[in-house]
Each structure stands twice: as C-alpha cells, then as structure tokens.
Design a protein around this ligand. Sequence first.
Ligand code: ADP
Length: 486
Amino acid sequence: MKWFTNKYAYLLAILAMLFCITLQIVWLIQLFGAQQVQVKRDLDQAVSNAACVSDYMSVAQGHEKSENFRNFFLSPEWLQIKQSFTRLRERHVGGSFSSQITPDSTFLSIGFNIANNKAGHKNRRIKHIYDQGETLESIMTADKRDLKRMDSLVKTECLKAQLNMETYHILYNYDSGKPESKADWEKTKKADYQNQLYGYNLNFFLHTYQLVVPSIKSVVYYRMRYYLLSSFSMLILTGLAFIFLFRMIHTQRMYTQARIAFTGNMTHELKTPVSVIEAALDAVSRYQLYREPEKLENYLAISKSELHRLTLMIDKVLQLDQLDHGEIKLRKELYDVQQGLEGVVSSMRFRNEQGAKIVYIPVDEPCFVDGDPIHLINVFYNLTDNALKYSGAEATIKITLKNTGDKVIISFNDNGPGINNIYQKRIFERYFRISDNPNIHNVKGSGLGLDYVKRIIEQHGGRIYLLSEPGKGSNFVIELPAYHEL
Ligand code: ADP
C-alpha cells in the first residue's frame, strides 16, 4: 500500500463526498418531482370532492334522509357524467338538465343539443327552466351563496389532505367558457397549479369553478422534510466522519514523527552527560587529579551536575506512563512556594555557566499551597531551565509570585525568542517542539517538559498559561489554589 499516499486518500475522500452529494441531489430532485405530482393529484381530489358535496347540497333539501340520493351525487361516476356534460360545451354541444323529485324517486334528465352546421353560443347554452317565483336576480344571489359554500368546502378538503397553502379561485362563464375576470386569469399563467373546471350546483349552471395555487413548493418541501433532513444529516455526518478520520490520521502521523524525533533527541540527551562524566573521570585518573584538589573538585562538580541531569531525564521518561494512566500519586502537604522557588533559583544560579541573570523577587505575604514538594520543584525547575535554555547567553529570567487570597500566582518571565501564537497551545503537548525557530534550532530537548508541567499543575487543581509574542520573550504563569485551613 506504499503507493496509497495521503494525497490519494484525500482525493478519494473528496470524490466519495462529491459522489454522495450528487447522488443525494439527483435523488432529491426526483423525489421533488414525484411529490409535486402527488400534491397536484391531492388538490384534484380535494376540489372534485368539494364539487361533489356542493352539487349534492344544492339539491339535498328534502332528501337528507335518502341514502341512495346521497350516494349517487357523491359517487365518482356521477362526477364523471357531469364533467363530460360540462366539457361537451367545448365541442359546441348544448344541452338541458332538469330534475324532478317525487316522494319515492328522483328523475334526472340530461339532454344534448348538437348543432348540425354552425357552432354558436346558442348551441352551447344550457336550457334552464325557471322554477316558480325564480328571477334572474334571485338565481344570481343563490349562485353567489353556492360559490361561497364551494369555496369553504374546497378549503376544508384541502386542510383534510394537509394542503395548507395560499389559493384563489377563478370563475368561468358556463355558456361562453370565458373567465369572468381577465386579470385573475392572466395570473394563472404563472401559477404552479390550476385544476379543471367544476360546476358547483345543479340548479343554475351559471359558472364553473377553477382552483388556482400560485405555489405548491412549500407543501412539497414540507412533505419532503424527513427526506431532506435525513439527506442533509447523512451528508453532514459523512463529511464530519471524513474530517475526523483525516484529523486523526494527521495527528497520528505528527505523533509518530514527534516520537521519532524524541528518540533521537533523547539518545543525544542521555549520551551527553554520560560522555561528559566519562571524560571527567578519565581526566581525573589520567592526570592524577587527586593531587590537585581544586581541579578535582571542579571535575567532580561537573560530573555531579551531569548525573543530576541524567537522573532528571530518566525520571521524565519513567513518569511518562504514570502520567498517562493518571497513576502519579501526589503526596500533598503544606508547601511553602517561596522556599521551593528559592531552592530552585539558587541551584540554577550555581549551575548556570553562561552568566545568565536569574532575578527572583520574594514577597512579604506567605505563599502556601497544598502540594507535592517533589513534583512542584520539578515544575519550577523545568520552567526555569526552559527559560535559560531558550533565551541564550544574554538571558534575564525574572521569577515573581503573589498571593491573591484564593490563588498563588507564580510567573517565569524571560527575554528569549518568544513563542508564536499558533504554537502557544501546542507546546504543552507531549513531544511537541517548535522546529522552525532558527535561534533555538540547536537547543536540545525532549518535548516532555511542558506536558509534565501542565499535568502536574492540573493535578494540583491549578492551571498554567503562556503570555508571549515572538521577539518579546515568554511569560509562563502558574496559578495554584492557595492553602486554606479547613
Ligand atoms: P523541551 O524543552 O525538552 O524541548 P518542553 O516541553 O519543555 O520540551 O518545551 C516544548 C517546546 O516549547 C520547546 O521545544 C520550545 O520550542 C518551546 N519553549 C518552551 N519554553 C520556552 C521558552 N521559555 N522560550 C521559548 N520557547 C520555549
């Protein structure tokens, strides 16, 4: 799998994502089309139901109890007959429609009037026989009432079918088939839906009714909501899974690289003190330095200091596992931070061969914490050592502390190269070392120190943070909970 580099993996993931997105889009478009057809069908159904009921209601008076009567007018077969009768108008076929109701049955007679030659309005007209007392005006008023009923029936049917949207109707003249309002009719051209023409009563045949829906999209989207949601969730989850996976691979790679660098650094770090001690002891025996106590003392001091360094390095490595498993057991006691810092400062001053300045400013108020002396000293030592290591020969390290009542705040300020914002969090990660700073390129280290420092401080219930800008030095600040007697 050597050929399968990260570049290809990224490409493959992007292609997979694109494929997924395309597939989802195609599927959603198809679904949208199918849902549009379904919504239109449901609207057709709602209006035809309303037309049936409206027809029935226009003649129902006195027959409310007759089931046959109701079933007939509400049947799809009757609707078909009536729609055909209405549509024949377009073929210039006129007709007559009348009903006669007797106590035991109802007679409907539908007649057709087909012109032999010329088609004209007259042939399309339905013959209406006025009932007793009926006038054109009374018919118009009754028709208006029936129209209102039809409108409200359509609304009810739409709500029943969960077709909650903005609608309006258009009336057509029954005889001429022309719209009553030209402006409204013009609007229908842009509308998403308009259904076929329905009559809404069986008495007058003055108008036909058409329902218009300017836009059915909202209902279509509403009906597709679960599909849309699942589609988007699937895409987002897949995207996140890819990102997460690549991040993990990336971190893993960085970690492996850091480990390799760590092994190299560590070998060097361990070897250096051993070689120095070896050389010192060799000089002692070769030049019989026991005869020159001053020189001997000097060589012994060097060996001791190197041994101390070696011990610290070995301790760091040994503590790695314990830190990971949270097995470092703190032996907490009443600990005087001032005293600890003084010890570390004087030992560092003693070991400081480059002539760097270490300024420690003690304070009058007591600074006690509930802490483990060994680990806290290691922490102070690490931070001072880093400040010295990275600030070079001209280093000035300023160590200050204060007690705010709740917290003891200790800061380690140096005039070194400073740390770029992008690294300020990462330097607390294990093995992480800034590799692109030319000034500190040659400074050896393990990348373990700050990881250890952070974990120990956090185990003490405190926190550590860094204030730094490139070229302006670094200030590592530790906050520890102050000791309070219960
Ligand atoms: P080490 O010092 O052994 O490399 P640390 O964990 O102590 O490991 O530090 C991590 C990195 O943080 C160092 O490699 C260095 O790049 C950066 N660093 C730490 N302290 C300072 C400092 N005082 N000034 C500049 N850079 C620092």
